[in-house]
Write a new protein. Structure first.
Length: 98
């Protein structure tokens, strides 16, 4: 399963989880095939992302990804904006491995 922003959806993908609104009402069921109309409907309902079939796990382990991030930001993480960027990347890595 992969969580995909609505703007990155492609026709032919299939939902692996239902899309539910804030009241718990199912808007689109599991297995729904993504079409142009479905993408437009999701945008109109202000849905940010959905879960589709497929793998979202990268080839690296979480520890490897975080270690690589540390190496990449080692020289610049004390700079204010670079520290912010590193934290954002760390949060995204944590989300990918949930």
């Amino acid at each position: 399963m992969a969580k995909v922003p609505v703007d990155n959806l492609k026709e032919g993908m299939k939902l692996s989880k239902p899309v539910i609104n804030e009241n718990g009402m199912i808007l689109l069921g599991e297995g729904t095939e993504i079409t142009g109309a479905v993408i437009e409907r999701l945008r109109n309902m202000s849905i940010g992302s959905v879960t589709v079939e497929g793998s979202s796990q990268p080839g690296k382990s979480k520890d490897e990804a975080l270690a690589e991030l540390d190496v990449r930001f080692r020289k610049t993480e004390n700079e204010p904006y670079m520290g912010i960027l590193k934290r954002l990347f760390e949060e995204r890595i944590q989300e990918l491995y949930q």
